[in-house]
Design a protein. Structure first.
Ligand code: FAD
Length: 397
């Protein structure tokens, strides 16, 4: 393949969706991925309605939907009192072709996207290769990469997309600031074949459960239930992941027979947005550009929205539009990252975590009032499902 292409660093959901979108627009791509294979562990597992609409345009939605669970309802609960408010995404039927959240593991998307690249003459996916550096001039970007064996390789392209995740090398090379904060608690994500839906009356498949001592999230995937607990950062990883301690926590949530734990991961969560997404002919997208807590499931979804926006503008630039068009990509998507994704994710954590009884009551009363009023309910789910963030983009010049 010659240098008349776009190089994408990272074969996560964002890099692969950008690649599929570009080849659909007849633009050749090379995707460079450090790992030997695509990640198949349990990471993000929620697809919001507009993300499914975008994936549909790329012919990636049907396969994913057939392997996931459609969830028109999601819930806000109190750990002791039960249901507080149940939100209904069916209210969005005039705004989206997919008025539900889809619960499906992100690897099902990356697997389908990889297949699309493999079937195309316009795409090359190279694995086991890490990008270490780049140089750019007025016409091209030269990318320096290294194989696991130590062998060096040089690629040339017209543009470079850094979709290389939270620890992005491309972001580091651009020396762009990545301000924000690190959430104090560690997030412990567990999964179990235990059927919470059969054990807890009226439980929705996606439930955010507030508690002044230990909030949690219960999320259903096609084969498992996921439980997300905040965890004391003073514990070591071994202590957090200790099977006895985990069993105690599961029992305190719902006493019963010993729980089978299928996966367990403990991770630190950051809330950060890169100061710039555009650096000449080099663009950042997805976790490379912004990180946030998973409460609300907006991280991967926002990244996929970046990928679609970026690919559409890059296609215009490819066909002669001025490269300054990419600055609008940055203005639009940074605004969403700060004003929607980060703000909403932080607010979700505050609501779940609130310890002051008066404030907790006020939050809960507010949520109850919202679901009772159809218009307010609709406005709320337009926001939480990220449709509003996409509508608002039109006002960003
Ligand atoms: C362990 C883990 C658990 C998570 N759990 C959840 C969750 O429960 N809920 C949730 O909403 N979100 C979760 N996330 C976040 C979610 O997975 C991300 O938001 C999403 O994957 C972002 O996609 P991305 O394509 O931007 O980045 P990634 O999926 O991180 O993909 C980046 C890719 O770039 C590759 N790469 C990195 N550096 C280089 C390099 N120098 N050269 C070449 N390739 C490189 C990496 O190998 C990786 O494949 C989790 C993330 C992780 C890592």
């Amino acid at each position: 393949m010659n240098s008349d292409c776009v190089i994408i660093v990272g074969a996560g959901p964002v890099g692969l969706v950008a690649a599929v979108s570009l080849i659909q627009n007849e633009i050749p791509v090379i995707v460079l991925e450090a790992s030997a294979d695509l990640a198949v562990d349990l990471r993000a597992s929620t697809f919001h309605p507009p993300t499914l609409d975008f994936l549909d345009e790329l012919n990636l939605a049907d396969g994913l939907i057939s392997r996931g669970i459609k969830c028109p309802l999601w819930q806000f609960r109190d750990r002791k009192k039960g249901e507080i408010a149940t939100f209904n995404l069916s209210l969005l039927k005039d705004y989206t072709n997919h008025p539900y959240r889809l619960q499906a593991e992100q690897w099902k998307l990356t697997e389908a996207a990889r297949k699309r690249l493999e079937e195309s003459d316009l795409a090359e996916l190279v694995t086991d290769i890490s990008v270490r550096g780049f140089e750019q001039d007025d016409d091209s970007v030269t990318v320096f990469a290294e194989r696991k064996t130590g062998e060096k390789e040089v690629y040339k392209s017209k543009y470079l997309v850094g979709a290389d995740g939270a620890r992005s090398t491309i972001r580091a090379l651009t020396k762009v600031g990545f301000p924000g904060l690190t959430i104090p608690e560690i997030f412990l994500s567990l999964s179990t074949p235990f059927r919470y839906d059969l054990a807890i009356d009226g439980l929705a498949d996606i439930s955010y459960i507030s508690d002044p001592d230990e909030w949690l999230v219960l999320l259903r995937t096609p084969t498992l239930w996921r439980v997300l607990f905040p965890t004391d950062p003073n514990l070591t990883d071994d202590e957090i992941l200790d099977p006895i301690r985990i069993e105690d926590r599961m029992q305190s949530l719902l006493p019963g027979a010993p729980y089978e734990i299928s996966h367990k991961t403990a991770y630190r969560v950051h809330e950060r947005v890169a100061d710039k997404y555009v650096h000449g002919r080099v663009f950042l997208a997805g976790d490379a550009a912004h990180l946030n807590n998973p409460l609300g499931g907006m991280g991967m979804n926002g990244g996929i929205h970046d990928a679609v926006n970026l690919s559409s503008k890059l296609t215009e630039v490819w066909h002669g539009a001025p490269i300054s068009l990419m600055d609008r990509y940055e203005r639009q998507r940074r605004k969403v990252a700060i004003e929607t994704v980060q703000a909403q994710a932080l607010r979700n954590r505050t609501v779940l975590n609130e310890k002051n009884p008066d404030k907790r009551k006020a939050y809960h009363d507010e949520l109850r009032k919202i679901v009772m009023d159809e218009d307010k309910h609709k406005q709320y789910v337009l926001g939480s499902s990220m449709i509003k963030s996409l509508q608002d983009l039109e006002t960003v010049e």
